[in-house]
Design a binder for this molecule. Structure first.
Ligand SMILES: NC(=O)c1ccc[n+]([C@@H]2O[C@H](COP(=O)([O-])OP(=O)(O)OC[C@H]3O[C@@H](n4cnc5c(N)ncnc54)[C@H](O)[C@@H]3O)[C@@H](O)[C@H]2O)c1
Ligand SMILES: CC(C)[C@H](C(=O)O)[C@@H](O)C(=O)O
Ligand SMILES: [Mg+2]
Length: 366
């Protein structure tokens, strides 16, 4: 078995607590001959700023670029609210996405059967829910220039963020969505605001043209505000939803609550396959943040992090059987009634991060 290099970036807040559970899984998989992962750990976010004055050091960026996959926890927190914008914790994550070329962000929102009653919606609306949000991750208003605040000198300031998309960026993310829809229930929605945004007009044109190359897939355009409403009204009408960087960020947090908690949603951020080797750069992270309100208490739900690691097994290492088993282990502990506080139903006993991680590992090992 060839050694695969994982670069772990736990980050801040609950990032370190949930990454510890992934580290235990990696140690067990290696010790039992299931994988041969070599791991290295770096700093990103506020902890990197405290040590290096930057949201990620050049040395750790180089390690991320070289790794077979990056496993990322979460960054940010009130401690760094007043650091300069360029070196705020989130800048480390954005730089990783941009410099690794991770344009395709897959955010599956799956409602595990045992959690249908933990959802923000009624059981019948979410039972069996399986939506895949495909978020464009390296373009749009996150990166467009100019991006600035100027002093107008009359006690007023002017802030500008710029939404920029070029045809190739929309085309390639749309193809990822249609390809994935081909392996699922063959339906793609694309959400934009073509009624007010020029970039939306281009998204509509390009995605409709890509759709013609996939005649077996049903394609529908939807305005992003309506998509948000439909997600909480009748989520099961969606299968794959492709959208831009900002709408994808917002719609995926909304989708998370359909599954029970933000602590349930994993993600994979993928680059284009290398022309020579076919390998993609990749980073795997939960959709949630550093959860400062519960950090340090040992009560964070590690499932989004562990399920992100399962996505790494699936997408970076083609270990499909192991990924399936790990996801089944998550479903299994939930079916057994184990709950962290965020997914607890009335009156049920809750467990902490370590206990949940250990139970998932025990199920995997059984
Ligand atoms: N990928 C990332 O690193 C990432 C993502 C989102 C937000 N952030 C950053 O995190 C910081 C806090 O942001 P926020 O509070 O808006 O969002 P958040 O996702 O950290 O937390 C939102 C709410 O969800 C809860 N929550 C989140 N993850 C949970 C888990 N695993 N288990 C149990 N409960 C969980 C939190 O306790 C909180 O009440 C900010 O600095 C933000 O920029 C980072
Ligand atoms: C932390 C922040 C930069 C990030 C984003 O906005 O993309 C987060 O909210 C996410 O969903 O990954
Ligand atoms: Mg977000």
């Amino acid at each position: 078995m060839a050694t695969q290099n994982l670069f772990l970036l736990p980050g801040d807040g609950i990032g370190t607590e949930i990454m510890a559970e992934v580290q235990k899984l990696i140690d067990w998989l290696n010790a039992n001959g299931k994988t041969d992962f070599a791991t290295d750990t770096g700093l990103v976010g506020g902890c990197a700023y405290d040590k290096h004055g930057a949201a990620i050091s050049e040395e750790d960026m180089a390690k991320a670029l070289k790794a077979d996959a990056v496993i990322f926890g979460a960054v940010g927190g009130p401690k760094w609210d007043n650091v300069p914008y360029e070196v705020r914790p989130e800048a480390g994550l954005l730089r990783l996405r941009k410099d690794l070329g991770l344009f395709a962000n897959l955010r599956p929102a799956i409602c595990y059967p045992a959690l249908a009653d933990a959802s923000s919606l009624k059981r019948e609306l979410v039972e069996g829910l399986d939506i895949l949000i495909v978020r464009e991750l390296t373009g749009g208003v996150y990166f467009g220039e100019p991006k600035e605040i100027t002093d107008l000198g009359n006690g007023q300031k002017r802030a500008v963020d710029t939404q920029v998309y070029e045809t190739y960026e929309i085309d390639r993310i749309a193809r990822v969505a249609f390809d994935l829809a081909g392996t699922r229930s063959k339906k793609v929605h694309m959400a934009d605001k073509k009624n007010v945004m020029k970039s939306g007009v281009l998204w509509s044109e390009v995605v409709a043209s890509v759709a013609k190359d996939f005649p077996a897939i049903k394609y529908e355009h939807i305005l992003a505000d309506n998509a948000a409403m439909q997600l909480v009204r009748n989520p099961k009408q969606f299968d794959v939803m492709v959208t831009d960087n900002l709408f994808g960020d917002i719609l995926s947090d909304a989708a998370a609550m359909l599954t029970g908690s933000l602590g349930m949603l994993p993600s994979a951020s993928l680059g284009a396959p290398d022309a020579a080797t076919g390998k993609r750069k990749a980073l795997y992270e939960p959709v949630h943040g550093s959860a400062p309100d519960i950090a340090g208490k040992g009560i964070a739900n590690p499932i989004a992090m562990i399920a992100s690691f399962a996505m790494a097994l699936r997408y970076s290492f083609n270990m499909i059987e192991l990924a399936d088993k790990l996801e089944a282990a998550i479903a299994g502990v939930l079916a057994d009634g184990l709950r962290t506080g965020d997914i607890a139903q009335d009156g049920k006993k809750t467990v902490g991060t370590e206990e949940m991680g250990a139970a998932i590992l025990a199920k995997l090992a059984a």
